[in-house]
Design a protein around this ligand. Structure first.
Ligand SMILES: CC(C)(COP(=O)(O)OP(=O)(O)OC[C@H]1O[C@@H](n2cnc3c(N)ncnc32)[C@H](O)[C@@H]1OP(=O)(O)O)[C@@H](O)C(=O)NCCC(=O)NCCS
Length: 211
């Protein structure tokens, strides 16, 4: 029997409404005005330790942020969406997140995040990554979303686990980084699992209206 094709994605191009509001954060396209704020954390060796990108200096910051600012719309497989993350209450840019439309054919996506260490420990990365999963599963109707990380990056694994993503792959010594063979770890979530995780939230009764 011929395999039935996967259900179609909603029409592309896709540009998220912005700001995309979560409980405490606003996610919006990166602009060149963000260069100083992004340079502040992407220039730190401890932030880049497990990233493929090296710390940026003031000269490369402009170039890096220009590239990020262009990633506002998903058109086809391989396209990347880059969003700045600001704390709504203060307006401070505290990090940036990435959504990859890995494959339209297979309805696969990927997520990533980088935050200023001064703002760690508040659940902001978890909250922003949840918004990316929502984009992928609810707006784009993807089937599966993945995150890949250096096996040594335990700080990055924790938000994924908190979001209910499954640790489904551990690739032994598949990369040679920092002069040593390193492992890569893969987390993923399926659309059905996302719906199951969201179900209690969806069943919650509406908040009572003010007297
Ligand atoms: C990965 C990274 C974003 C994680 O940052 P983080 O601050 O630990 O993650 P969160 O913002 O989700 O905060 C989670 C922490 O806040 C705590 N927290 C406080 N309030 C919270 C809330 N309302 N909701 C959730 N967590 C909360 C959690 O308990 C957790 O602490 P724990 O990890 O000690 O258990 C950060 O380390 C980073 O930017 N690293 C450099 C870049 C990088 O490696 N990116 C990943 C590439 S794969």
């Amino acid at each position: 029997m011929p395999a039935s094709p996967a259900p179609a994605l909603p029409p592309l191009p896709y540009t998220p409404a912005h700001p995309l509001r979560t409980e405490r954060l606003d996610l919006r396209p990166v602009t060149l005005d963000d260069t100083t704020a992004i340079h502040a954390y992407r220039s730190l060796p401890e932030v880049c330790r497990y990233l493929y990108s090296n710390p940026i200096d003031e000269t490369t910051a402009h170039e890096a942020v220009t590239a990020q600012a262009a990633r506002t719309t998903l058109r086809t497989s391989g396209d990347v969406l880059q969003l700045a993350v600001a704390v709504r209450e203060t307006g401070h840019l505290i990090g940036d997140v990435t959504f990859v439309l890995t494959s339209t054919t297979h309805r696969q996506g990927g997520i990533g995040y980088v935050f200023h260490p001064a703002h760690s420990g508040h659940g902001y990365a978890t909250e922003a990554a949840r918004a990316l999963l929502k984009i992928g599963f609810e707006d784009l109707r993807l089937h599966r979303i993945q995150a890949e990380l250096d096996g040594r990056n335990t700080a990055s694994a924790r938000p994924l686990e908190r979001l209910g993503m499954r640790r489904e792959g551990h690739l032994r010594e598949n990369e040679f980084l920092d002069g040593e063979w390193t492992d890569e770890v893969i987390y993923a979530l399926l659309a059905d699992e996302w719906r199951a995780l969201r179900a209690p939230e969806d069943r919650r009764p509406p908040a009572p209206s003010a007297p």
